[in-house]
Design a protein around this ligand. Structure first.
Ligand SMILES: [Mg+2]
Length: 360
């Protein structure tokens, strides 16, 4: 076998909030919360570091965040703008390698094994961070390691603006000593299960046999012996060449009304989910196509913070897009749904339930 792989995980710091602070100088140095309105039972997408000092966290209800930090600026997410920044970030990555696997709008794995030169992967990671700072006026944190699991853990260790390197010869000792909560995929609930069984550090998983870990942690349990020893063989899976997967229906007779269109969308999304499963793909951008009775045609798109493949999130996005059309007032001849910005369904997801960093 060849030498160890060199993997870099890059993760923008407080991404949405940092883009807002960059574009609106009056917000710099101030607490910023990006999310919906408290009345919508929304949750925090991202909080600036100034807001985090008040205890505000990603995924917390916005109502609670506003109670903790009443002075924060509360902004709605502008995914189109974040998506444009993300596209530029990927352009920077692709100058180094095409082996780039997006994990969310602001996180990606790069396999730089084949392109390392003098200074190694660490020099590449530093150059990526420098380019992001120079061209995007934003900071990112990077982790350099022999595999995806450790690179992801590493990028989180010195946020913001961090650079953490785990040398191949240090990987096992590093992994064994990891507090379980640092393992991507282990959230508060799983951490509680761990603690109930006396599992504090990754090395403690090795006291349990494979069957016991499967019983305790489901499918995730199958990976824990390897992860505890710093082993992860999953390849970096680049973004798909295929651009989009879509489905559409022309109706035998024009349909009218929002409710009728919404019902059709649910049906389209269910079929789209099957197509996504067949293609083993997930995608970040949902596009709704409407052709009215007079043959005029419009499209509406939304880019999500995570790649999706299931009907439920697709319908949720499509419904929002449908409100931005005239289907309530005009007859509709055709509806279509499309998912684009595709990634491999298993990339960064299975068997390890990697999720984008909650604290991004
Ligand atoms: Mg981030």
């Amino acid at each position: 076998m060849a030498g160890p792989r060199r993997i870099i995980h890059v993760d923008m710091d407080a991404f949405y909030a940092s883009v807002e602070q960059r574009d609106r100088p009056e917000l710099r140095g101030k607490p910023v919360i990006v999310g919906g309105l408290p009345s919508e039972r929304a949750v925090v997408c991202t909080a600036s570091y100034e807001a985090r000092r008040f205890g505000v966290k990603s995924a917390m209800p916005v109502a609670e965040a506003v109670r903790l930090c009443p002075g924060a600026a509360l902004l709605r997410p502008d995914f189109e703008r974040y998506s444009a920044v993300s596209a530029h970030m990927h352009e920077i990555f692709r100058r180094t390698t095409t082996l780039v696997e997006p994990l969310s709008l602001d996180e990606a794995f790069l396999d730089v094994t084949a392109v390392v030169a003098e200074g190694g992967a660490t020099a590449i990671a530093r150059a990526l961070k420098d380019a992001i700072r120079a061209e995007l006026l934003l900071t990112a944190s990077a982790g350099v390691a022999p595999n995806k699991f450790l690179a992801k853990v590493a990028s989180d260790l010195e946020k913001p603006d961090g650079l953490t390197v785990i040398r191949p010869e240090a990987a096992e000792a590093f992994a064994l000593a990891l507090p379980v909560r640092k393992i991507p995929g282990i959230g508060p609930r799983t951490e509680e299960i761990c603690h109930r069984h006396g599992i504090k550090e990754a090395r403690d998983f090795l006291r349990f046999d494979g069957d016991a870990l499967l019983r305790l942690f489901g499918r995730f349990g199958a990976d824990l012996h390897d992860l505890a020893r710093g082993i992860d063989t999953r390849p970096v899976a680049p973004e798909r060449a295929r651009v989009s997967i879509g489905i559409e229906d022309t109706f035998p007779a024009d349909i009218t009304g929002f409710a009728a269109c919404r019902a059709k969308l649910a049906d389209l999304a269910a079929r789209l989910e099957e197509r996504m499963a067949e293609a083993e793909a997930r995608g970040f951008t949902i596009t709704l196509k409407v052709k009215y009775g007079d043959f005029t045609r419009i499209t509406r798109s939304k880019t999500l913070s995570e790649a999706v493949a299931a009907a439920v999130p697709i319908v949720a996005a499509a419904e929002g897009l449908l409100r931005d059309t005239e289907v309530a007032a005009r007859p509709v001849r055709l509806l279509g749904l499309q998912v684009s910005r595709l990634v491999d369904a298993h990339a960064g997801q299975l068997p390890l339930p990697f999720t984008p960093s909650s604290e991004d």
